[in-house]
Every structure is written in C-alpha cells, then in structure tokens.
Design a protein around this ligand. Structure first.
Ligand SMILES: NC(=O)C1=CN([C@@H]2O[C@H](COP(=O)(O)OP(=O)(O)OC[C@H]3O[C@@H](n4cnc5c(N)ncnc54)[C@H](O)[C@@H]3O)[C@@H](O)[C@H]2O)C=CC1
Ligand SMILES: Nc1nc(=O)c2c([nH]1)NC[C@@H]1CN(c3ccc(C(=O)N[C@@H](CCC(=O)O)C(=O)O)cc3)CN21
Length: 277
C-alpha cells in the first residue's frame, strides 16, 4: 500500500513558481502561516496553488486572524478556490491580532461559518511544547477533536516518540488520524537552530549522539528523513507523512518503506497520496 506524503511550504516570494517547476500537480501541499508574514500571504499562495490544480491546505494561525470579518473573507476565498481543508493552530504570535487566542474558538467559528463542511487539522506534540504543559496540550486536543479531522505532529526526529504519541492519543480517546511531521532534507545548521526554537531539541540531540542510525541520519551536511520515514511506514495510527520541506523541493523524498533510497521525485507515490486523502 502507498504511504501518502504531503508537503509543507513557506509562502516566500517565488514559491508558487518553484512548486510549479518541481512538484507534480497530484501532490497535497500545506502552506505555513508565520507571525511576520501574516495570513494574507498564506492565503495568496494557497489560492494560487489551488487554482493551478494542487490540493492545498492553508495554515490558519488563530492569533494572526485580525477579525471575524477577515475569517469570513478567508473562508470565502477557500470556497472560491476549492480549498476544503485547513490546518488550525494557535500560532506563534505573542499577542493575538484579533479575537482568537488559541485554536479552539477559531475552529468553532470555522465550523459555524462553513456549516461543518471545512475539514481541519490540529497540532500534536510528541516532544511537548516549550511553553505549554503536556496536560494542557492533551486537554486542548480532547476539546478540539470534535471539530477536527486529523492531527499533524510537530517536527520530531524519533519514530518511537511519534508512535508513542499516537498511542497516547488513543489512550486519551483522541481518535483522529495522525500525520507524522518529519523534516525534509535541510542543512544541519538550520535544523539545529530551528529545533531549539520550537522545543524539539531532545530527539535531535539523541540522534546526534547514538549509534549507526544517528550517524546515517545526521552524517554529512544535511539531515535526511529517509530512515525515519521507513520507521513510520505502516505503523498503526499513522495516516502518512507531513514533510516540512523548508522550500527545499528538489530533495523531497520519493518513496517510503524499508528499501527507501534517495532518488528523483517519483510522481507515482505522490499520486497515491492525493488519491487516498
Ligand atoms: N505544530 C505546528 O506546526 C505549529 C505550531 N505552532 C505552535 O502552536 C502553539 C499552540 O498552538 P496549538 O497547538 O494549536 O494549541 P492551541 O491553540 O489549541 O492551545 C493549546 C493550549 O496552549 C495555549 N496556547 C496557545 N497558543 C499559545 C501561545 N502562543 N503561547 C502560550 N500558550 C499558548 C492555549 O491557551 C491552550 O491552553 C503555538 O504557540 C505555536 O508555538 C505554531 C505554528 C505551527
Ligand atoms: N512553533 C512552531 N511554529 C511554526 O511556525 C512551525 C512549527 N512550530 N513547527 C513546524 C513548522 C516549521 N515551520 C517553519 C520553520 C522555519 C521556517 C523558516 O525557514 N523561517 C525562515 C524565514 C522564512 C521567511 O521569512 O520566508 C527563517 O529564517 O527563520 C518556516 C517555518 C513552521 N512550523
């Protein structure tokens, strides 16, 4: 069976052309929402990519939504562009720009304004969150799950941690499919800086110390997700891979499974991804 992979991109200048030149149209893309970018940039890229024919999931950061009126504009744009799923997170803004301080009230308004028709992913944290307690994160997931259709995990470098987290969700009666968040092939230095910022340092540190697997993952200048992805393939509760590409689209992994090896992008797998979800 195919193991679907979807790809997260940052809406930097030129991203739409970059995607068009490197990513097959059958791929599912998600578009981040960074505090210094705002939601408009996310939506502009998402709408353009959707119009080109990609399946697109924009990230809506609650703290970056300026008003309810803006939310209705965003949802209308989604409707016009044929976007049927969003990823809803609290967001990294220190102070909310408008009425939403966390994901839940935004999910409630999205459900109300779309008559429950918009699918929505929510965030999961296999290694915890630097400023939110683990119990609060589980409570939040329990409160959000009736309005959500999937969980996407924060970047993590340990398959056992991701699988334990999926098992924890089941124990806590959160029954949403889990997309395992995995970093794409990026320069090591960038990854190390970023991992520290978002509080996922421990599994990365673990990898840099231990054994042959660690050496394979972190050898050379770049991190490669192939072994990690192989460790998640076919595991219970894991719907597929959510690949944080950091816009490095040439290096998007082609296949997932025990025999995984770096090759050119293989449309067949990505087509499978689009069909299944
Ligand atoms: N996993 C990802 O891909 C992304 C994660 N984030 C992170 O998401 C965090 C929380 O978002 P969700 O997981 O959707 O949780 P959420 O919005 O459902 O909130 C869960 C709990 O964390 C608290 N919280 C939410 N945002 C916070 C913040 N910025 N600072 C301190 N406490 C906060 C809430 O009050 C609640 O108790 C953000 O702080 C940000 O770091 C942001 C963008 C992408
Ligand atoms: N807390 C948190 N916030 C996020 O935004 C976030 C996560 N976690 N976890 C997963 C991904 C990773 N994200 C990232 C990480 C790095 C860049 C990045 O490369 N930022 C550039 C600036 C990019 C630009 O302005 O165009 C940088 O140099 O920091 C973007 C999104 C977004 N997601």
């Amino acid at each position: 069976m195919m193991f679907p992979v979807r790809i997260e991109v940052i809406p930097s200048t030129g991203i739409v052309d970059q995607v068009r030149q490197t990513v097959p149209l059958t791929t599912t893309l998600t578009v981040t929402c960074l505090p210094h970018h705002g939601i408009e940039r996310t939506m502009r890229a998402a709408v353009e990519l959707s119009m080109l024919g990609y399946t697109v999931i924009p990230h809506l950061a609650a703290r970056s939504v300026p008003s309810r009126a803006q939310l209705t504009d965003i949802l209308r744009d989604c409707d016009v562009a044929g976007i049927g799923e969003v990823f809803v997170i609290g967001g990294d803004r220190k102070d909310p720009a408008g009425p939403y301080g966390s994901a839940l009230p935004l999910l409630e308004d999205i459900a109300q304004y779309t008559g429950g028709r918009m699918r929505a992913g929510v965030a999961g944290y296999p290694e915890g969150h630097p400023s939110v307690a683990a119990l609060d994160l589980i409570d939040a997931l329990q409160e959000k799950q009736h309005l959500a259709t999937s969980v996407v995990t924060q970047m993590c470098f340990s398959a056992p941690k991701i699988l334990d987290f999926a098992a924890l969700l089941r124990r806590e009666n959160v029954d949403l499919p889990v997309w395992a968040g995995v970093a794409g092939s990026v320069p090591r230095t960038k990854l190390v800086t970023l991992a520290a910022q978002i509080g996922v340092g421990s599994s990365l540190k673990f990898l840099s110390r231990k054994g042959p697997l660690a050496r394979r993952l972190l050898s050379g200048d770049r991190y490669s997700p192939n072994s990690l992805m192989a460790g998640l393939h076919g595991q219970p509760g894991i719907a597929g891979i959510h690949l944080y590409s950091f816009n490095n689209l040439e290096a998007v992994p082609d296949e997932v499974g025990p025999a995984s090896s770096p090759k050119a992008l293989q449309p067949a797998l990505i087509q499978g991804a689009a069909r299944e979800f």
